[in-house]
Design a protein around this ligand. Structure first.
Ligand SMILES: [Zn+2]
Length: 98
């Protein structure tokens, strides 16, 4: 957006440029093999890696790990110690105690 002002005292043209900057975050969840993403054994909901779930829900990772420790959300740990959490139970836990 460009605004041109005329300054009477100095008889000169002042050119002002306003730049509007917006940003948007897009979280893309990918996996090398879709079969690696498990479904929740308790409620069949989709699961996501715990380390990206905080971004997914817009909360701190401490909250997610606290829910895991308190067993308030469904989760699984695979052979290489990666934790996946159940999206449905995490959503429910966050609604009850954000
Ligand atoms: Zn579940």
């Amino acid at each position: 957006m460009e605004i041109v002002e005329f300054n009477r005292n100095q008889m000169e043209t002042i050119k002002r440029t306003n730049i509007l900057v917006t940003s948007q975050r897009k979280l893309v969840i990918t996996s090398g093999q879709t079969s690696e993403i498990p479904l929740c054994a308790e409620c069949s909901s989709s699961m996501i890696p715990a380390q990206i779930s905080a971004d997914y829900f817009g909360v701190s990772s401490r909250i997610i790990y606290r829910f895991i420790e308190q067993q308030r959300i469904h989760f699984v740990e695979n052979k290489i110690s990666e934790i996946h959490i159940c999206i449905a139970s995490a959503k429910e836990a966050l609604e009850l105690n954000p």
